[in-house]
Design a protein around this ligand. Structure first.
Ligand code: ADP
Ligand code: GLC
Length: 482
């Protein structure tokens, strides 16, 4: 059978542009789906950094006015990854991150920038690229959320799937922007994209897509509760029958400790020692009797790293250390820098974003700490598993689905892979860190846990077929209806 075609739409895609796990997933899923008969093209904004990184592009379509802006759709490839790049210089040709200007503020026209991405997706779904028609449109997060609305306005009936990576971001904008975004008022309703008098791009996707997925089974359940639904739990409950929790995987060819060129490659816990020495030196850390814990994270309230600051004394009392790489909230950045100054040799902090360093951290760390308040899936614990840095994680979302707690029973059958604790609780986090230090002091037990962790399946083998099956169901339903 000829492969079927997916148009994936996202604001980030590794290795070209990444601020978090979304990019890793969007970049890795196509290769996992190809052997299952689904070919993907990823539609991505042509940010300055993206166009700069592409060697060769080919113009597939010219759009004289995309929500008032001149645009082109370019074809490009990066390795095996097929891209459609939306080149619209007045929207994307800027210094700064995909979402923030140089001062760290949201770009003033983010609503328009991502509405344009969604409108371009609808155009491609309607046949704007000569010789290529997708069978299905896969939308990632709010930045792609308006796509079903534009498709409906344009009379395009392709099935669409909306994936929620993080419900904290709604893509809200004022109702007065509807004209500029070329949104018909007809959709500005309770079961459309209206949200308390505003336009919500995420809600547009959640109400307009044929099916919804999120990135772990536990988060799928959590999303239907007021505690985690962030004001959209009612919308999601109404679509409970169309909601699927499919766990993220990681690209095990990129994240392979045995071949990773960013580290001293290793294939068992013993091989981590040289990486640990390097990492200690890199972060100015002393020799210590406890575990070297790493944190690689956006610094935001979600990640619970303020809780970790409170629990630090327990870890340090157990001889443990922290190396943290992250950026984001200025207050958290400063608080962590202050912690490093207060605990010289025991806490090391690097503010910034550094992909290669992140590899060295998973390789050199004895443990990776993820004390999130909520976590749709989380990838850093998966990298930790793969690199033998035992995850110590809050029992929430995908963290709960991916780490097997080292209780007595799990230890005795040999399936434990890390430590879990109640979320949003300093006492629980302290207890988990104390437990970590205790386990670390029993070296053979710790190494057994590391071996279990490194064997734990973290690739796309289990989840890619679930996506493929869902894709097929959506695409077949359309063919039958036609
Ligand atoms: P989220 O998407 O919520 O940020 P995930 O755990 O899903 O959380 O994904 C985070 C991804 O971003 C991981 O690949 C992690 O290694 C990476 N990452 C986060 N912060 C940094 C940083 N400062 N430098 C390098 N990589 C980072
Ligand atoms: C989001 C979530 C994270 C998830 C990632 C990829 O950024 O915060 O938990 O792993 O998306 O799906």
């Amino acid at each position: 059978m000829n492969p079927r075609q997916v148009l994936a739409v996202a604001s980030e895609c590794a290795p070209l542009v990444k601020t978090g796990g979304l990019a890793d997933v969007v970049g890795a899923l196509p290769a996992a789906l190809a052997p299952l008969g689904w070919e993907t093209r990823v539609l991505l904004p042509g940010y300055r950094a993206v166009l700069g990184a592409l060697k060769r592009t080919r113009t597939l379509a010219t759009i004289p006015s995309l929500l008032g802006h001149k645009a082109r759709i370019l074809a490009a490839t990066v390795g095996e990854l097929a891209l459609l790049v939306l080149d619209a210089p007045t929207l994307y040709d800027r210094d700064g991150s995909p979402y923030l200007d140089a001062q760290g503020k949201d770009w003033h026209d983010n609503d328009l920038r991502f509405a344009a991405l969604s409108k371009a997706a609808a155009l491609v779904a309607g046949g704007a690229v000569k010789g290529w028609m997708p069978d299905l449109v896969h939308l990632h997060d709010w930045q792609a959320g308006l796509t079903p609305v534009y498709m409906a306005q344009d009379g395009v009936s392709l099935p669409s799937l909306m994936t929620i990576h993080n419900i904290a971001f709604h893509g809200l904008t004022a109702a007065s922007r509807m004209e500029a975004l070329e949104l018909d008022r007809a959709g500005f309703t309770l079961d459309g994209f209206e949200y308390y008098g505003h336009v919500s791009a995420l809600k547009a996707g959640l109400t307009g897509a044929r099916a919804i997925t999120t990135v772990s089974p536990t988060y799928a359940q959590e999303l239907m509760t007021p505690e985690f639904g962030m004001g959209l739990d009612g919308v999601i409950r109404a679509r409970a029958d169309d909601l699927h929790g499919i766990l993220n995987g990681i690209d095990t060819s990129v994240w392979n400790p045995a071949t990773d060129q960013a580290i001293r490659p290793f294939s068992g816990p013993g091989g981590k020692a040289a990486n640990k020495r390097d990492l200690r030196a890199e972060f100015g850390l002393a020799k210590a009797r406890g575990p070297l814990c790493v944190v690689v994270s956006r610094l935001s309230g979600q990640k619970g790293l303020d809780l970790l600051l409170e629990a630090l004394p327990t870890l340090i009392a157990g001889g443990g250390q922290v190396a943290l790489l992250g950026s984001g909230d200025r207050r958290l950045e400063n608080a962590w820098l202050a912690a490093a100054a207060a605990h010289p040799g025991m806490v090391g902090v690097r503010i910034g974003y550094d992909e290669a360093l992140s590899h060295r951290m998973y390789a050199g760390g004895d443990a990776v700490l993820v004390p999130s308040r909520f976590e749709p899936c989380g990838l850093t614990q998966l990298y930790g598993l793969r690199y033998g840095a035992l995850p110590v994680v809050a029992r929430t979302g995908g963290l709960a689905d991916t780490v097997i707690h080292a209780n007595a029973a799990a230890l005795s059958v040999g399936c434990a892979t890390g430590i879990t604790h109640a979320p949003d609780s300093i006492p629980a986090l302290k207890a988990a860190l104390a437990r970590l230090c205790g386990l670390f002091s029993e070296r053979p037990t710790y190494q057994r846990l590391q071996r279990n962790a490194m064997k734990h399946p973290v690739g796309w083998e289990a989840s890619a077929p679930l996506y493929a099956r869902l894709y097929a169901r959506l695409a077949d339903a359309r063919t039958e209806a036609a």
